[in-house]
Structure formats: C-alpha cells, structure tokens
Design a protein around this ligand. Structure first.
Ligand code: GYE
Length: 328
C-alpha cells in the first residue's frame, strides 16, 4: 500500500493528511502491494464521450497497478451517493466522483471527509458551497467550451440583421456541463452584442434518443423556417437532432447550422458529411493524468484545486483532416 504516513502539508493534506492509520490501507484485504484501492462513481454510459472516459480511467488504473472499484450510476445521483457510501464502508484509499449534477453532495462528501478518505472530482464539478469537501477537480472548463461555441456563433451570425434565432439542446439538468456550456455561450453572444433570440431551450439529457425527441417537439412547436442555429451541448443530442431535422425534410448544416460539443468520431463524420458546422472539443482521455492526481493526493502532495484538460475547436475546413485522429 501507498505510504500515507509520508503525507505532507499540502492543500489536500490539510484535510486528509492524517490518514496514515485510517482509510483502506493495508487492512483492506486486497493482497497488499503498492497499488491503491480507488472507488470510482462514474456518471453512466450515456455518450461516446463517457464510454471513452471510463475506458481511459480503467486502463490507466490498471497500468498504474491500482485496484479500481468501478460503479456505473446510470445517470442517477442516488446511485452515485450509494456508491460513495459503499466506498467509505470499504475504506478505499481514495474516491473519484464524476458528479452527475452539481447540488446535493454536502452530506455524503462530509461523510467521506469524516472517514478521512480524499475525494477527487473527475470531469464534472459540484456547487461552490461544497468546495472544501473535495480535494481537487480534474476535467474540462465547461464555461470556456461554451464561450468557444459562442465566439463562433457571434462571428458567423454577426451580419444577421433580423436577429439570429437559436434552439438549444441542454445537457442533463443541473449538471455542471449543462449549466456552464449554456452560461459561457450566452455570455459571449451578449458581450459581442449579437442580436439573437432563444426560440427554445430544453434538456435532452446528453443522449441521442432524448435529443431527437426534444428536437421533434421543437419542430412541431416552432417549425424550422427562420431558425438559424442549433446549439447542442454534446454530440449525441446533436446527432439525434440531425435525424429529426432530416425526417422533417430539412437539410442539417444548411437549413439550420449546428454546433456540437465533444468531438467523437460520429460527430466529426457528421461534420465531414456537412451536417455539423462547428465542433468544440471535450477531451475524455485523462485517465493517466487522473492517476497521477490520485497518487499525489494520497501521498499528501499539494495539488491545484482545478486542473483543466486541453481542448480545441474545429470548423468545416478542419473536419476531414481531424477525423482520423479522433479516439472515441
Ligand atoms: O460532454 C457528454 C457527457 O460531463 C463532459 O457528459 C461530460 C459530458 C459530455 O454525457 O457527452
């Protein structure tokens, strides 16, 4: 087992540095060795992004010689809370949590803190009030992703004199990426002074199925004539919406321009096919980086409160060249 007794006086260590005799440690019955026992409460398997993220973290844990107790919470917060409680009972060395929504974590995070088990957030964040109850977050800057999407929209529609009509497919209600991709996007449209109207904005829960269903409702309610732009908070919802648009006899990417976030192979293929106009990348492959962070935290090293993952943007001139590089 990792030598927690060597814990320093870093930020994480202030909260969790006294865990030398607590936690999973050598009494966890996992056969010893240098590997850590890490509990990981994952959101679910709702998207290609998520599947790639799970695979990256599982492969990285294995390569680092750590035991990963993996729970797929099927996009349900109660299941994630139950998983975290289970990890506490099992006295794991560290808990990795990808919180499905931002609120409602105070009690269970406090329980982990009381048990002196460090919690590392992967991917999504929690509300600011709970900031002291986790050590660090590794993941994307979702507001920045939204701002990147907004910058492209503001530029593309700058000369749209009669106002840009926008449909928005939001991610899971209350999730950090849905909240921040929305706020970042409209922050830039407002800052750039774009004349726009949000014709409708609903959650498609980050899935293709729900994205398609919501788009069908949008089409029934508003039609598509005069709608300029669809902003989908992830690839799956965008791809589902494209189907609905085609079934309504319209041409996605032309009759209505489309922005998606993630950048999966399927998303880029839709770009190559002319059905998507702009892709904001969200990078799920941070497993190795996460293992480094977990080891540092358990070791008591000082870690940043937030480590952003590097990400780019792609327009129509770049889709074809980038498609072969996509990993998920
Ligand atoms: O964009 C989406 C997934 O939290 C960044 O969750 C993640 C998001 C990702 O369902 O496809």
């Amino acid at each position: 087992m990792f030598k927690k007794a060597l814990a320093g006086i870093g930020a994480g260590a202030l909260l969790f540095g006294l865990t030398a005799c607590g936690g999973g440690g050598d009494d966890s019955g996992d056969g010893g060795g240098d590997g850590l026992v890490i509990g990981f409460a994952q959101v679910g398997a709702e998207s290609a992004w998520r599947t790639a993220n799970s695979a990256s973290i599982q492969a990285a844990a294995e390569a680092a010689g750590h035991e990963l107790k993996f729970v797929d919470a099927q996009q349900e917060q109660e299941k994630q809370i139950a998983a975290v409680r289970d990890f506490i009972t099992q006295q794991v060395d560290a808990i990795v949590l990808a919180p499905v929504v931002e609120t409602g974590w105070t009690d269970v995070l406090q329980e982990a803190a009381d048990a002196e088990i460090p919690v590392i957030l992967a991917d999504r964040g929690v509300e600011a009030a709970d900031e002291d109850l986790y050590v660090t977050r590794l993941g994307s800057d979702f507001a920045e992703e939204g701002r990147k999407a907004g910058a492209w929209a503001a530029e593309t529609f700058a000369d749209d004199a009669d106002g840009t009509k926008i449909l928005e497919l939001q991610g899971t209600t209350g999730s950090a990426p849905a909240n921040d991709r929305k706020s970042g996007f409209f922050e830039v449209l407002d800052a750039e002074g774009l004349n726009y109207e949000i014709v409708d904005s609903q959650s498609g829960n980050f899935t293709a199925e729900e994205g398609k269903a919501v788009m069908e409702t949008f089409i029934t309610t508003h039609g598509l004539d005069g709608i300029d732009l669809l902003y989908a908070h992830n690839d799956e919802m965008g791809l589902g919406a494209i189907q609905a648009i085609e079934e309504a006899g319209k041409v996605p990417g032309q009759d209505i321009q489309i922005i998606i976030v993630d950048g999966s192979k399927a998303g880029f293929q839709a770009g190559v096919d002319g059905k998507v106009n702009y892709i904001v990348e969200c990078n799920p492959a941070f497993g190795d980086q996460l293992m480094d962070v977990v080891e540092s935290v358990v070791n008591g090293d000082e870690v940043e409160k937030f480590t952003p993952v590097e990400e780019g943007v792609f327009d129509a001139t770049q889709f074809e060249a980038e498609l072969p590089n996509r990993q998920f």
